[in-house]
Design a protein around this ligand. Structure first.
Ligand code: NDP
Length: 308
């Protein structure tokens, strides 16, 4: 019984070394050295090949090395194969850092002051205190909740939106499509931390932006597919939104003539919010492998019908 990784070379070597040191009973293989495909029971990857289940007839579990699983074609996989997302504490740490950096930058008008600097303008602007800044988080899962906890000490007015109702200390929670507009109406800064599913694709669109207060700001840390890029450009051009921090795009990397590259109101980063590090993720992955070997439920198994 083998665990096959399809990851880049340096991460592959790190995973293999960790298993050799701490769990030598597990036969770890690195793509493309797959050995006998019939022995592969566990598969771990960020980008899977299309013919996964036919190539490995005895596959039981797919471990995404990412928090999201939108890169897997779930409809194509036989129902008995479990798909597990990565609950690496290092990912949560990375997303919290990015969300704080982006949120505090927008809150303190750093994009505006950088534009002023380039224009040699020395001009202070009115400061909105954190207690009067309404910050909304779309997605109150593992990462969304971690971000709310990190932001609480600053004193922002926190709002959150998810599919189901939640009770989170210090956060006014909204749920479902019917509460989306009331939620958006209270978001001076909106952070997207949703999974990409059929229901959430394109959720950051013209109607969404129109439902937010004029001059609001956006941070997209989810997936590129959440954002209708043309609608963001229009909303920035007509002043409905004032700035956006974008970490993820529909097509990564973007073409050299992509309009986001040099838009004065967009900060663009190359999908760096967080990534999985074998160092911090190893215990999580090994814990799940052991649970599966003992016939117990694993942590982070996605609900196939929901897509996350
Ligand atoms: P979780 O599955 O833990 O949480 C997802 C949250 O989204 C849940 O609160 C869920 O609601 C909510 N949600 C899902 N569908 C809907 C919907 N249709 N309407 C309203 N709310 C919805 O995911 P994580 O927090 O672990 O990760 C979230 C996403 O962050 C990932 O899927 C990925 O896209 C992105 N990400 C980006 C990274 C980057 O580098 N930029 C790195 C890591 C992740 P409910 O609680 O009711 O189920």
């Amino acid at each position: 019984m083998a665990l096959l990784f399809k990851v880049d070379d340096s991460r592959g070597s790190a995973w293999k070394a960790l298993f050799e040191q701490h769990a030598p009973d597990i036969d770890v293989r690195l793509w493309p050295d797959i050995g006998d495909p019939a022995l592969v029971r566990y598969f771990a990857a960020w980008q899977p090949p299309h013919d996964l289940h036919t190539r490995f007839p005895n596959l039981d579990v797919i471990f995404a090395t990412s928090a999201g699983v939108d890169q897997f074609d779930l409809g194509e996989l036989p129902g008995h194969i479990q798909v597990v997302r990565m609950l690496d504490p290092g990912i949560a740490q990375g997303i919290v850092e990015y969300a704080c950096f982006a949120l505090l930058s927008l809150h303190r008008q750093v994009p505006l002051y950088l534009r002023q600097q380039r224009a040699r303008v020395w001009q202070d602007r009115e400061l909105t205190p954190a207690r009067r800044r309404r910050v909304g988080i779309m997605g109150l899962g593992n990462l969304g909740v971690a971000v709310t906890q990190a932001l609480r000490p600053f004193g922002f007015e926190l709002r959150g939106w998810a599919r189901s109702h939640k009770h989170i200390d210090g956060v006014q929670c909204f749920a479902g499509d019917e509460q989306l507009k009331p939620f958006l109406a209270q978001c001076d800064i909106l952070i997207c931390l949703l999974p990409l599913t059929d229901d959430t694709r394109g959720v950051l669109n013209a109607q969404t932006f129109a439902a937010m207060p004029k001059g609001a700001q956006l941070i997209n840390l989810g997936r590129g597919g959440h954002l209708i890029e043309r609608d963001l450009l229009d909303a920035l051009d007509n002043g409905q939104l004032s700035d956006a921090v974008v970490d993820v795009l529909e097509d990564e990397p973007p073409s050299p003539d992509h309009p986001f590259w040099d838009h004065p109101n967009i900060w663009l980063t190359p999908h760096i919010g967080a990534n999985t590090s074998p160092d911090t993720a190893f215990e999580v992955l090994l814990g799940n492998l052991r649970r599966h070997q003992r016939g117990e439920a694993m942590q982070g198994v996605i609900a196939r019908h929901q897509g996350y």
